[in-house]
Design a protein around this ligand. Structure first.
Ligand SMILES: Cc1cc2nc3c(=O)[nH]c(=O)nc-3n(C[C@H](O)[C@H](O)[C@H](O)COP(=O)(O)O)c2cc1C
Length: 202
């Protein structure tokens, strides 16, 4: 493919939030996840971990635990009970409707350790950045399969609940949840800041 077409392909990815019902073959999911592992990572430590949720039981446990955490958080904001119910119900429905959920986790146990907080924090950020790289590549790999996908940040706000609901190893820190499936919508490109406003040539 000529280079310009790669740019077009990369730019044509969208966050897709509505999916057609139907199973996505495990082989396709694993192809996407394998591509995701080709992401760049700090020291090549590959701190990403993937929990693929497709069974009704795991999906329901995940949705319930996240709803509980969401409800708890919203109740500390100035949000009415009716609004909380609506927001939580919408979130639960989205979790239940996505054919594939990948909980993207970070295991930082193989990263370098430092005794001083400044370098320890920088190393932790590198693990987060590396894990996010895998997430971005996962979105693109899903797109390459003709699937839609969206990044969802909710697990970051409820890592204990998500880990508990799925029985994840203690070292797996949930960072995000990627929802995937055959797209039921074709969203327009969201606006981008002009390059001139975010760029400095020096
Ligand atoms: C770290 C991160 C967190 C996000 N969290 C959510 C989310 O919780 N729910 C959601 O619908 N989209 C979420 N998104 C998707 C963004 O809203 C989306 O990428 C952005 O609006 C640009 O749209 P596009 O992906 O179609 O280009 C998230 C994206 C990132 C990178």
């Amino acid at each position: 493919m000529p280079a310009v077409n790669y740019q077009e392909f990369l730019r044509s990815r969208r966050s897709v939030r509505r999916f057609l019902a139907g199973v996505i073959a495990r082989e396709i999911v694993e192809r996407i996840l394998t591509t995701s592992t080709f992401a760049s990572s700090a020291h090549n430590r590959q701190p990403w971990r993937f929990a693929v949720v497709t069974s009704a039981g795991a999906r329901s446990r995940l949705a319930m635990s996240m709803a509980e955490a969401y409800r708890r958080d919203l109740s500390t904001d100035q949000v009415s009970q009716k609004e909380i119910d609506q927001i939580v119900q919408r979130s639960t429905q989205r979790i239940k409707a996505a054919p594939v959920l990948v909980v993207l986790c970070m295991d930082s146990t193989e990263m370098d350790s430092y005794s001083d907080p400044r370098r320890a924090e920088a190393e932790r950020v590198m693990a987060v950045q590396s894990t996010a790289n895998a997430g971005m590549l996962m979105l693109l790999a899903a797109h390459a399969e003709g699937l839609g996908a969206v990044w969802n940040c909710a697990p970051l706000f409820a890592p204990q609940e998500v880990g508990g609901a799925l029985g994840l190893p203690a070292a797996w820190e949930p960072q995000a949840m990627l929802m995937m499936g055959a797209p039921a919508e074709a969203p327009e490109a969201r606006p981008r800041k002009p390059l001139s406003s975010i760029l400095r040539h020096l």
